[in-house]
Design a protein around this ligand. Structure first.
Ligand SMILES: [Zn+2]
Length: 209
């Protein structure tokens, strides 16, 4: 089945939502984005929190999809992790919040994330994506049990009724300046090829603030 390219904006939080709103405006209307929201608020001033919650609702009204993107995004270093999990933390500057956690700690963190999400008063999150895409089959199953309708990992997008599809993400996050034009060029070419061969992995255009 043909599937439209997916547009994602990652790491939307209380500290950067106005910047994200500005960048989304630059891309113009007409595109529905999956917005990966970090629900942890820290101790923002009441005004900042209200503006953030209002912006989230505004995006929802505009037809964008709101995804839960971890709890704090930054890993809690007091939690026990497997060796690959600890390695993932090193590779991601400690952003891979769920990497290498036990099932009970993953569930605890997911529940904390959902509690923080509730405070935003934006209804249910429409999907889940683990920070830095470090997830596991176990985390996927937990998310399904918790009733998420959508889930994506680095190379797979899943929807409750449509099932799984391979997906190719194009992201320039963390790349040196000189490589960015090459990624942008590959993205353009791949979008064209996908327009002809719709059975290929679904292109995912990933932006970060
Ligand atoms: Zn992220």
């Amino acid at each position: 089945m043909r599937c439209s390219p997916v547009y994602e904006f990652h790491d939307v939080g209380v500290c950067n939502f106005s910047q994200v709103a500005g960048e989304l405006q630059k891309f113009g209307g007409g595109t529905s984005w999956n917005l990966m929201v970090i629900p942890f608020l820290g101790n923002p001033e009441a005004e900042a929190f209200e503006k953030f919650a209002m912006q989230i609702l505004e995006w929802k009204k505009e037809g964008h999809c709101l995804y839960l993107h971890g709890y704090r995004h930054k890993a809690d270093l007091s939690l026990k992790r497997s060796l690959p999990g600890r390695l993932a933390l090193r590779l991601t500057n400690f952003e891979a919040e769920f990497a290498g956690l036990s099932k009970s700690d993953s569930e605890m963190l997911l529940r904390k994330a959902l509690q923080a999400w509730q405070k935003l008063n934006a209804g249910e999150a429409q999907g889940f994506v683990a920070p830095a895409w470090y997830d596991s089959k176990m985390l996927f199953n937990l998310c399904r049990e918790l009733g998420f309708e959508n889930y994506s990992s680095r190379f797979i997008i899943w929807n409750k009724s449509k099932g799984s599809r391979f997906s190719l993400p194009f992201s320039t996050a963390g790349l040196p300046e000189c490589v960015i034009p090459i990624v942008n060029f590959c993205e353009k070419i791949y979008l064209r090829i996908y327009g002809i061969f719709g059975f290929l992995p679904v292109p995912r255009i990933v932006k970060h603030p």
